[in-house]
Design a binder for this molecule. Structure first.
Ligand code: DAH
Length: 339
């Protein structure tokens, strides 16, 4: 028995010493100390030992066990230290390397343009207001004199949420919210996001921005509209800018017009940006339709007004000579930092 024990001890020590990996130590532990291990089997055969000898043998087995355990533990500590050292080496930081600069964001051309437009109108005494992007059909169409089944509704491919609720196709809906408040006179602009189910290309996107304008007071005439929008164009594109109003049709204005500005690139001679015409269309406008005033509780006999709607991207693209609208939505800092 003693010899067998000695042999087991020697073998265990040798294997532990020779082991190269933490995993291997566990295997060794199982072989020698486990339930089916060598030492356990010796304990199991104690019944064959002379009873007088048993305490002594028992003690020897226990000693062997604790020696093997100690040795295993010592070896484990060696492995762990080595692993830790290796990890530290791998993770050292070279503090002398130059740092990486964090990428700093940049104001978006849309934002820059919007702020310019806002400042122009704030300077003329306008208030900047906002309205909801998710809208009732009533505010987006009905109250703007576009009844159900009217063909004008088809021109604006609408994202419907339910039969009556939709993503607004135009910021004109904010006109209605402002008029409903019942506070007159009104002199407001309403910038915001609008949605139309358009395919993405160089000039279209399912979401873009408009800036709506509305003025309602006593004795407002088409001359006020023209003067205001002409002044706006000059401040935005330069003093020498000329404007031209072309008759147009919108359901919520009568009369209606579109305004072109002389191309600030070529001064009107014709170039790539104005497609040779010398003019660029920038907004729709008109005198608020009496129906529209009435529906929102304003007496068209007493009050008149004008309204306009500008495409923000359209202005930004023109002003910054960008020829693909998609660039505005990619947020590539290499593009953005040019403005
Ligand atoms: N809402 C029109 C559109 O999306 C633009 C517009 C035209 C707004 C004339 C107006 C306006 O306020 O008077 O096409």
């Amino acid at each position: 028995m003693k010899d067998r024990l000695k042999k087991i001890m020697e073998e265990a020590m040798e294997q532990i010493e020779a082991s190269q990996q933490l995993d291997k130590l566990n295997e060794i532990r199982v072989v020698f100390l486990g339930k089916k291990g060598e030492l356990t089997s010796i304990l199991k055969s104690m019944k064959d030992v002379d009873p007088k000898e048993r305490p002594k043998v028992g003690q020897m087995v226990n000693e062997a066990r604790s020696q093997i355990e100690e040795k295993l533990e010592a070896k484990r500590a060696v492995f762990e230290r080595a692993l830790r050292e290796e990890k530290m080496k791998r993770e050292t930081i070279d503090v002398t390397l130059p740092g990486r600069r964090p990428v700093v964001g940049h104001r978006h051309p849309n934002t820059i343009t919007l702020e310019e437009v806002e400042n122009i109108f704030i300077g003329m005494g306008y208030e900047v207001v906002e309205g909801p992007e998710i809208e009732y059909d009533y505010y987006n169409f009905e109250a703007l004199n576009i009844p159900a089944d009217h063909p004008a509704k088809d021109e604006q491919d609408t994202f419907y949420i339910t039969k009556d609720i939709l993503l607004r196709t135009q910021t004109s809906s904010v006109q209605v919210h402002e008029m409903e408040k019942g506070k007159l006179p009104i002199r407001m602009i309403a910038p915001g996001r609008v949605f139309r189910s358009d395919e993405v290309d160089a000039t279209h996107s399912p979401t873009f921005h408009q800036i709506e304008g509305l003025v309602i007071d006593k004795n407002i005439t088409f001359a006020d509209l023209k003067g205001t929008l002409q002044e706006f164009a000059k401040r935005l594109f330069g003093e020498e800018t000329k404007v031209k109003f072309r008759p147009h049709h919108f359901q919520f204005t009568e009369p209606s017009a579109e305004m072109d500005v002389s191309c600030f690139k070529c001064g009107g001679k014709g170039c790539r940006f104005c497609k040779g015409s010398g003019w660029v269309e920038i907004l729709g406008c008109g005198m608020v339709h009496p129906h529209v005033l009435e529906m929102s509780g304003i007496d068209p006999e007493e009050y008149t007004g004008f309204a306009f709607g500008v495409g923000l991207e359209r202005i930004a693209l023109f002003k910054y000579e960008i020829d693909d609208m998609r660039l505005l939505y990619e947020n590539d800092t290499r593009f953005l930092k040019q403005f």
